[in-house]
Design a protein. Structure first.
Length: 368
């Protein structure tokens, strides 16, 4: 991803510690966050019926792959003396970095157009905004990403530098300029232009076609919230990836000397680009009530599976000593004891009620 290895630049011992901590946090947050997003979307069963959810799913897959296949390996550039994963991984890691970057930028461009059509032409766009077409768009996105990222499989080489192996660009300077410029234009500039145009027209329509003081339907409010969430995600992508591209262009076309300042700026640009993949789940949780509920359901399922005790809910319909009528009492007990008590209750003959007060023997009462 970078154009020089940490062993070629100034060695900052504090930086190695900071990088290890920051990259570990990015890895943990990104892995857990994107896994939760995928679990919520796939668990709800609604992902196949909503184009926006499909694009969010695609974005989460790209972020998840980026976190898993890129961040741990790139962290070693700043914390170790050289590249320790061999020539094959040197090429594959940088290929995946650009592959997922392209997939993310193309997905954000596609979802911006999807949002514009959904809000501006809600009826006429129904035939176009179908799950089938969204899946086709996702296939095209990954296909284009493979085409644009493919050259990076031969872009990097493993060389020996001061008794250490380092992973550096192996192409000639002219070819490197062409490829990196194309990456900046097609992977950043064009998607950002599409996104900017789409959301500018979307926001303009939202605030001119509907009077903010008038009541809006639930459908329009939901569309506004979804659009707001996607805009925040897009802005974060633009902000986080811009310094990374600036560093590459300055290195290729400008004066970018090796010193502590440029090293720190390069490190910061990489941290921002990597952090983008763990920010999206946080945005979803803060903005979308649907995702917050989904996250809670996923957590509750995980905790219930790990719990050794089963929660039994007993609803008391009539007055019972010690409980109010209609209250719900939750009693936790060992599963074997619960089954035994339940069997005893089933086999035990019911007592004939003598008055309006019904006596119920509860499994959590120690009565004969």
């Amino acid at each position: 991803m970078g154009h020089w290895n940490a062993s070629e630049s100034y060695q900052l011992n504090p930086a190695s510690v900071i990088v290890s901590v920051v990259f570990s946090l990015i890895f943990l947050l990104g892995t857990i966050g994107n896994s939760l997003v995928l679990a919520v979307l796939l668990r709800s069963g609604q992902v196949g019926y909503n184009t926006t959810n499909l694009f969010i799913l695609n974005l989460s897959v790209a972020d998840f792959f980026f976190i898993i296949f890129c961040v741990p390996f790139q962290a070693t550039i700043y914390s170790l003396e050289g590249w320790v994963f061999g020539s094959f991984m040197c090429k594959v890691v940088h290929f995946f970095i650009n592959l997922t970057m392209y997939a993310s930028s193309f997905t954000l461009a596609a979802v911006s157009v999807d949002r514009y059509l959904a809000i501006r032409y809600p009826l006429r766009s129904r035939e176009l905004r179908t799950p089938c077409n969204a899946i086709v768009a996702m296939v095209v996105i990954w296909g284009l990403s493979l085409v644009f990222a493919g050259p990076y499989l031969s872009y990097y080489d493993l060389i020996d530098f001061e008794n250490s192996n380092v992973c550096v660009p192996g192409w000639e300077e002219h070819n490197r300029k062409v490829l990196d410029t194309c990456t900046f234009v097609f992977g950043y500039v064009i998607p950002v232009l599409i996104v900017s145009l789409s959301y500018t027209r979307t926001i303009k329509y939202l605030w001119t076609a509907v009077d903010p003081l008038d009541g809006m339907s639930e459908s329009k409010r939901a569309k506004r919230k979804v659009t707001k969430m996607i805009i925040i995600v897009t802005v974060l992508f633009c902000i986080c990836w811009l310094p990374y591209h600036v560093v590459i262009l300055c290195y290729l076309y400008g004066d970018f000397p090796f010193n502590q300042t440029t090293y720190a700026f390069r490190l910061l640009s990489h941290c921002m680009a990597y952090a983008n993949s763990c920010l999206n789940p946080i945005v979803y949780a803060l903005v979308s009530k649907h995702f917050r509920k989904g996250f809670k359901k996923v957590f509750s399922c995980i905790l219930s599976k790990k719990g050794r005790n089963k929660v039994h809910v007993v609803h008391v319909a009539n007055t019972v000593p010690g409980f109010e009528a209609g209250s719900t009492e939750v009693s936790q007990m060992n599963e074997e004891n619960a089954r035994q008590n339940e069997n005893e209750m089933v086999n035990r003959p019911l007592a004939k009620p003598q008055d309006t007060t019904m006596t119920i023997t509860l499994p959590f009462q120690n009565q004969p």
